[in-house]
Ligand binder design. Structure first.
Ligand code: GLY
Length: 421
């Protein structure tokens, strides 16, 4: 079968790497891809947001399954368009993708389904949000811009001044004169973890548990990023906690979506806070996490095509994903300045060195005259598997130390909390 992967980040490289191991896969295209996907796929110069060009390409090449990595094309309705053109595609419909497309919609769904989440208020203007915030006595509070914001739309504010300064700046940046819609919610203490399943709208197959590191700097300091590293499994999700996640969160959510006539198909990603063994939802995403995809897929023992195709065909009940009894750690190497301004075009040295059980996934990279150069904020995801999280982290850090480019940086404490447990 010919596969088209939409996107060009570390998640898409990991999906391509895993799908390339399937005996049923004949050829993989990646649109637009990166220098890493170019090793196993044919990169196609079509942007992930150019839905019509993607349809034309899939028809022309006889693509058997399209797999969408990022949220923007899903929220833009790529699945509905492909289905209308009789093209098989893995992912949620435009309506169902609003779970990530609107945080206010997501909160309403959680409330109706009785799913544990923080108390919140919604606002149709930045002005009314800040009037409310001024009267809040208990800080920190979490301020969220409604709509897609490429990971920049959430702040945990420690007081009113911080909330107001950030929200006024983001309001202009994200929404211009319209000001946008906002949520202010209580901050929940605990440990964050990611729980991702593949659903066919009714049944679901859970993926291995994982944990992300969102802040740019060691010790969870600095600004939020798309994710600076991840590991799997997440020890905070004990078998007991996992049972609660399924019964109190995943199953009620899938049920609510079905009742609303928008059954959820695809990767359903629950961003969770675990407080004293009780999970609650911080956010839902409608795609695989990045960088969580890298450690999760490194531990997947089955054929990823079987799982994704079963969801697209509407029945995952026969699939029981098998996970290696090991651990995986991904260290994200980023361009100096990320998540703010950063330079591009620096030559990356040390990519060709080999290390057993380590895969260097590419994100913001491209080929220039046969050399791999940086082209984004998050550049590489150095991912190692080993019997324990500690050994996987050591192997990933040893490999990362051999890779150099001007101003490269990475966190030195990925998985430290899990190792301490
Ligand atoms: N790693 C966080 C995300 O994918 O949204």
């Amino acid at each position: 079968m010919k596969i088209l992967i939409v996107g060009g980040g570390g998640r898409e490289h990991a999906i391509a790497w895993k799908l390339a191991q399937s005996s049923r896969v004949e050829k993989i295209f990646c649109a637009p891809g990166n220098a890493g996907t170019a090793q196993t796929c044919t990169n196609v110069p079509i942007s992930a947001d150019d839905l019509n060009a993607l349809i034309d390409f899939a028809v022309k090449e006889g693509v058997g399954l399209t797999v969408v990595g990022p949220e923007a094309p899903l929220v833009g309705g790529i699945v509905d368009l492909f289905n209308k053109n009789n093209l098989k595609i893995f992912g949620p419909s435009k309506d169902a993708a609003m779970l990530e497309g609107s945080k206010i919609f997501m909160k309403e769904i959680l409330e109706n389904a009785g799913i544990p989440t923080a108390m919140y208020k919604t606002f149709t203007s930045i002005k009314s949000a800040l009037v409310y915030a001024k009267g809040v006595e208990r800080w920190p509070q979490v301020i969220k811009a409604d709509g897609l914001a490429a990971g920049k739309g959430v702040l945990v504010a420690s007081d009113y001044e911080e909330a107001a300064t950030w929200a006024e700046k983001m309001s202009q940046e994200l929404f211009g004169d319209s000001g946008g819609k906002w949520i202010i919610e209580d901050f929940i203490h605990g440990e964050e973890a990611s729980y991702i399943v593949v659903s066919d709208g009714e049944n679901y197959a859970p993926l291995a548990t994982s944990q992300d590191h969102k802040r740019a700097l060691d010790g969870d300091k600095g600004p939020n990023t798309g994710g600076m590293g991840a590991y799997s499994p997440a020890p905070v999700i004990t078998p007991e906690v996992e049972k609660k996640i399924k019964k109190k969160i995943i199953e009620p959510l899938l049920n609510e979506m079905r009742l609303r006539g928008m059954p959820f198909k695809g990767f359903l990603y629950a961003g969770l806070m675990i407080s004293d063994g009780e999970p609650s939802v911080l956010e839902f995403n409608v795609r695989l996490g990045d960088p969580e995809a890298q450690p999760i897929l490194c531990r997947y023992g089955g054929d990823l095509l079987d799982l994704l195709e079963a969801s697209a065909d509407g029945d995952v009940s026969g699939i029981n994903p098998r996970w290696e009894d090991n651990a995986a750690v991904c260290i994200v190497m980023a361009s100096g300045g990320y998540p703010g301004d950063y330079e591009k075009g620096h030559i990356i040295e040390g990519l060709n060195k080999k290390a057993e059980d380590v895969v260097v996934f590419h994100a913001g990279t491209r080929l220039e005259e046969g050399r791999v150069v940086t082209s984004g904020g998050r550049v590489l995801g150095v991912t190692a598997t080993a019997p324990t999280i500690r050994e996987a982290a050591e192997a990933a850090y040893s490999r990362a130390a051999l890779i150099k480019w001007k101003d490269a940086f990475y966190r030195k404490d990925i998985a430290a909390r899990a190792i301490r447990r």
